[in-house]
Design a binder for this molecule. Structure first.
Ligand SMILES: NC(=O)c1ccc[n+]([C@@H]2O[C@H](COP(=O)([O-])OP(=O)(O)OC[C@H]3O[C@@H](n4cnc5c(N)ncnc54)[C@H](O)[C@@H]3O)[C@@H](O)[C@H]2O)c1
Length: 432
């Protein structure tokens, strides 16, 4: 597709085909992958805009399994990145990813059995993406930061809070050397989340009073059997909340702020062959005074949509399966239909949409966000500290369910209760 740099109102923009962007769109559209190269347009106060061009960010992917494949597809679709190394202890997995990249027309990435091997071979890459089982995330991220490579870690940050604290410290030190660390939580960048966060920030929902976060999914025994780490404390670190519900919990914290105290119950209600919980229900009291109910399960056949409901003194919003399906605002009650408010709020360009990646578009947004940070234009949307707080909240809910009492999240974050071994009730005990 033809891309031309055009003058557009007061700014320069990129024209893609015959589409002339508005000045506001120009900033975003300029990063449109259809441009075929990594070009960014930067606006300077009182000056003309400047056009920057960067070489692709050379990337190594560690963990070439299910989500590794999504990363490889997204990296191949984004002109700002090039996957140069596919790393997996399973040689077939690494080769399959390398073949996938080559099939999309990019140079075939080198393969390696470990990150240490790729680093020792002097493979040139600036960014390491960690997509291994969760219990290996921090160890590999530390290895990357030690070698002065930027790092993007899949969610959850890790399964172990002491290790997560060590990574938060290392990430702070690395930032001083210009080395960045970020964590995948792609739904933070969904257009629905961005619009809702802006509405809350502008006070359009009034004072946030309560929320409900529910992830009522189904995972059969075949899901847990497909990889030996799933459903284990050592590598999955938890079940329905830690693995599946963590995205929605992260959104809850991103929208409602710092959690203060939690209570919870958890159990294995339908799965006998796993160590972790398949169902958790809990409550969170936020520092702001807002209250939330949390529900995560992999025992709800056939699985319903993930739902986040936020209530305030001047408005309420519902996000269902990543889409803002309703938004009621007091200031729209007179005249406009409040249910339609979300449509106008979402009318923003979404650079990931045009890639046609479907579900993987969320990861594309995360990579575009990181690209902007690596080129010095912003901070990553999801820093390690945020992911550590989410991990501490998950742990606090587990500790509360295990000890049977209310738990302060800051105490867990600081190391209190590190010794508590989470123990969900088994199905048999539940029946008694
Ligand atoms: N962001 C999301 O929406 C999303 C979705 C799915 C999974 N995930 C996360 O991604 C991670 C991986 O999940 P998955 O479903 O792809 O798992 P998976 O089992 O399909 O893949 C993991 C891969 O890591 C490899 N591996 C294990 N140890 C390794 C090591 N030391 N060095 C190199 N490779 C190693 C395995 O051989 C395997 O190929 C998990 O942390 C999971 O929570 C995130």
């Amino acid at each position: 597709m033809l891309a031309t740099i055009v003058e557009c109102g007061e700014t320069f923009g990129i024209r893609i085909g015959n589409q002339l962007p508005s000045p506001r769109e120009a900033i975003t559209v300029a990063e449109h992958p259809a441009v075929g190269m990594s070009v960014t347009v930067r606006r300077f106060e009182g000056e003309r805009d400047m056009v920057e061009q960067h070489p692709p960010i050379r990337t190594a992917l560690v963990g070439c399994g299910v989500i590794g494949r999504t990363h490889a597809q997204v990296l191949a679709a984004l002109p700002g990145y090039r996957l140069v190394a596919a790393i997996d202890r399973d040689a077939d997995g690494a080769s399959a990813i390398a073949d996938l990249v080559a099939a999309q027309g990019d140079p075939r990435p080198r393969t390696a059995a470990s990150l240490a091997e790729a680093l020792a071979e002097g493979e040139p890459f600036e960014l390491v993406v960690v997509a291994t089982p969760s219990g290996l995330h921090v160890q590999l991220a530390l290895e990357a930061l030690d070698a002065d490579r930027h790092v993007l870690v899949e969610k959850p940050l890790d399964v172990d809070l002491p290790r997560a604290r060590a990574l938060a410290d290392a990430a702070r030190e690395a930032a001083d050397r210009g080395v960045l660390a970020s964590v995948v939580s792609q739904h933070r960048l969904d257009p629905s989340t961005v619009a809702l966060a802006a509405a809350i920030e502008q006070g359009r929902l009034g004072r946030i009073t309560s929320a409900v976060a529910s992830v009522p999914w189904w995972r059969g025994d075949d899901y847990y059997a497909a990889a030996d780490w799933r459903g284990t404390w050592a590598m999955d670190g938890g079940g329905a909340l830690m693995n599946q519900g963590v995205h929605t919990l992260d959104l809850l914290l991103a929208l409602l702020g710092r959690p203060a105290q939690v209570t919870a119950e958890f159990a294995r209600t339908a799965h006998e062959g796993i160590e972790v919980e398949d169902t958790l229900v809990g409550t969170i009291a936020f520092e702001s005074g807002a209250l939330a109910a949390v529900h995560a399960t992999t025992a709800g056949y056939p699985g319903l949509g993930a739902r986040l409901q936020v209530q305030g003194s001047a408005g309420s919003a519902v996000v269902e399966d990543d889409v803002l399906v309703s938004l009621h605002l007091a200031d729209l009650e007179n005249g406009a239909d409040p249910r339609n408010a979300h449509a106008s709020m979402l009318a923003q360009p979404d650079p990931a949409e045009a890639l046609g990646l479907g579900w993987a578009g969320g990861h594309a947004r995360q990579y575009l966000d990181l690209q902007a940070a690596l080129h010095g234009r912003s901070r990553p949307a999801v820093p390690v500290e945020d992911a550590a707080l989410v991990l501490a909240t998950v742990r606090a809910l587990y500790v509360s369910a295990t000890l049977g009492r209310r738990i302060a999240v800051d105490a867990v974050l600081g190391g209190e209760h590190d010794e508590v071994v989470a123990a969900p009730t088994g199905t048999a005990a539940l029946r008694r």
